[in-house]
Design a binder for this molecule. Structure first.
Ligand code: ATP
Length: 237
């Protein structure tokens, strides 16, 4: 088997006495969408923030393309192709859509005007409204802007923290359609979600988190077809 794009080994994250992540391991193969699902407080954001260099792990190893990035800061990871779309999106509402994209583009060379134009083609709603404040976009559109901004770095791996949070079901579908497109364009995706069923439908592989530990892992299809898992973790709906 070829080397995974990302390999997380025995990762632990603590905040003082709170052990948020307790020795988890998983791999992400290039070209796939892998999801970590779990309830509020299960440790999903801590894992993704540790991978992207925002939070310092207390133990464990993180390999990206075979190189140890366990203690590499996020600004050094972006040019290497590892980018995070943050939870809550961090869109600057009073700045225009164009300015938000230009700001995102400043940190890397690939963020040229033509790269921004490419994003306007991919996300026409952003192009049509480029001069308007980003705060005038709907929640789903703001999520698209956040994804477009991250895609300007031409990442190999994009980390997404609950992109469907707070969105109406129809808009959730639109955001997942964008995620499918990102994947189809060749970018590998690690997605953390509370919306377990929807995330597993989009993913090839899933890991179910509880109290900072992985309690079940497998092909998404198999997890979704397992009645015990559905009852225990995904609700019966
Ligand atoms: P959510 O969906 O609420 O973001 P999550 O699954 O992403 O949940 P984390 O945010 O990683 O979970 O939190 C895991 C545990 O760590 C929780 O008990 C949380 O209260 C705690 N925690 C997270 N960040 C901090 C922090 N900065 N300081 C102290 N405790 C924290």
């Amino acid at each position: 088997m070829s080397e995974p794009l990302l390999s997380v080994q025995d990762l632990c994250v603590s905040y003082g006495r709170v052990q948020a992540v307790r020795g988890i391991s998983f791999d992400v193969a290039a070209g796939t969408l892998v999801t970590l699902v779990g309830a509020n407080g299960a440790g999903k954001s801590s894992i993704i923030n540790a991978i992207s260099g925002i939070v310092r792990p207390s133990a464990g190893t993180i390999l990206f393309e075979g190189s140890d990035i366990t203690r590499t800061r996020s600004h050094s990871l972006v040019p290497r192709g590892l980018v995070q779309v943050p939870e809550g999106r961090q869109i600057l509402g009073t700045m225009s859509i164009a300015e938000n994209l230009q700001m995102g583009a400043r940190s890397h060379t690939s963020g040229s005007a033509s790269a921004i134009d490419e994003m306007y083609q991919r996300f026409p709603v952003l192009g049509e409204r480029r001069k308007l404040p980003a705060g005038s976009l709907s929640g789903g559109e703001q999520q698209m802007l956040a994804i477009a901004r991250a895609m300007l770095a031409r990442p190999k791996l994009i980390l997404m923290d609950e992109p469907s949070m707070g969105l109406a079901p129809k808009i959730v579908n639109e955001v997942f359609a964008v995620i499918d497109e990102v994947l189809a364009g060749g970018t590998t995706v690690l997605l953390v979600e509370q919306n377990a069923r929807r995330a597993l439908q989009a993913a090839q592989e899933g890991h179910i988190l509880q109290n900072g530990e992985i309690v079940r892992s497998g092909a998404s299809d198999a997890l979704l077809a397992d009645d015990d898992i559905i009852q225990a973790y995904l609700g019966t709906g």
